[in-house]
Ligand binder design. Structure first.
Ligand SMILES: Nc1ncnc2c1ncn2[C@@H]1O[C@H](COP(=O)(O)OP(=O)(O)O)[C@@H](O)[C@H]1O
Ligand SMILES: [Mg+2]
Length: 320
């Protein structure tokens, strides 16, 4: 549905997008993740036909941006990072105005406006002024606006930024609903966990280059360099640590205070074993080695890889 081929954008000397190659299939929810300045807005604006690429190509529904913009525009709904003017209008007027711009008239228009208000949970604000709405409601109104012409593709630039936790959850629920409706969604964020639950595919962009493109599971796997296993023994923790340090594949051993939330508040110490890679063979030998050397094992778990950490590892130190 969406495809970019060596898409490049320069602003003078600055290369904001550097040969970006993306493929987003029909019905995908693609999470476009990267720190500020990575090139997310630039990419989205090009796809929204608002900005010309310096080189390379972008296609939506088999049509090429810059050549077939007129045919592309009805297919897409673009939610910019900030809402534009028109804020002294009443919610219904605002939507009617845009519906008219899309050539929707008469009773059809009233129906469409009522439908999008319902979908975005704004029916009770139909007669409120746009500028009286909270940021969360304004963001949902922005989404309502781009749904008027029932586009197949939604391009959303950080729709959840600046929202409080409740508004974020409401936005997420709305996006899930749009997915269920079969929309193809590209949504950007600088926070990976925010999109992990919602999207089936993610791309991590940094300094205009795609660092990673794949599923959330793949990201976690990738970021798992330095796999950590937690091992607990009843006593002689330091000796057990020294013994395990000699095992193949073990990169680093630290003896740390156990996390009381994990060990039922008992406290105590636990050994953290960091591995070079995820070769299963090594892990499974650990309890045996300990038992054969007279230790009694109380704990043997893998440290969960946190999405935040994964993101930091993948983009470390590259912020422009
Ligand atoms: N109109 C512009 N003129 C010059 N530089 C720009 C312009 N828009 C964006 N940039 C630069 O391009 C890079 C990418 O910006 P942007 O696409 O807005 O990133 P993001 O949305 O990921 O934060 C940044 O370094 C930014 O400063
Ligand atoms: Mg941006």
């Amino acid at each position: 549905m969406i495809e970019t081929i060596n898409l490049t954008k320069r602003y003078g000397e600055l290369v904001a997008l550097n040969n970006l190659n993306l493929t987003i299939n029909d019905g995908d929810c693609f999470g476009f993740i990267g720190p500020n300045g990575a090139g997310k807005t630039t990419t989205i604006k090009i796809l929204a036909t608002l900005l010309k690429p310096s080189s390379g190509q972008a296609n939506i529904g088999g049509l090429t941006i810059g050549y077939q913009n007129r045919q592309i525009r009805p297919l897409i709904g673009y939610v910019p990072d900030f809402m534009g003017a028109y804020e002294d209008m009443v919610v219904t007027e605002y939507l009617e105005f845009f519906a008219a711009a899309y050539g929707i008239h008469g009773s059809q228009r009233r129906k469409v406006v009522a439908d999008v208000l319902e979908l975005t949970d704004l029916t009770y604000k139909a007669t409120a002024e746009v500028n009286s709405l909270s940021r969360g409601m304004q963001q949902r109104l922005s989404v309502a606006r781009v749904l008027l012409h029932d586009p197949k593709v939604l391009l959303m630039d950080e729709p959840a930024s600046g929202l409080d936790p409740r508004a974020r959850i409401e936005m997420r629920e709305l996006l899930k609903e749009l997915r269920r409706m079969g929309k193809t969604i590209l949504i950007s964020s600088h926070i990976l966990p925010e999109l992990a639950e919602l999207c089936n595919v993610v791309g991590i962009i940094e300094r205009g280059q795609l660092l990673f493109n794949g599923s959330v599971e793949e990201i976690l796997k990738r970021a798992k360099m330095g796999h950590v296993i937690h091992v607990g023994v009843t006593d002689r923790v330091d000796d057990a640590g020294k013994l395990l340090a000699k095992m193949p594949g073990v990169k680093k051993v630290t003896v740390a205070a156990d996390d009381p939330t994990v060990s039922n508040g008992k406290g105590g110490k636990v050994i953290h074993l960091q591995f070079d890679d995820a070769s299963g063979q090594v892990f499974t030998d650990i309890p045996n080695v300990l038992v054969n050397n007279g230790f009694r094992v109380t704990k043997f778990t893998e440290e969960p890889v946190n999405l935040e950490t994964a993101f930091m590892r993948l983009t470390k130190g590259l912020v422009q």
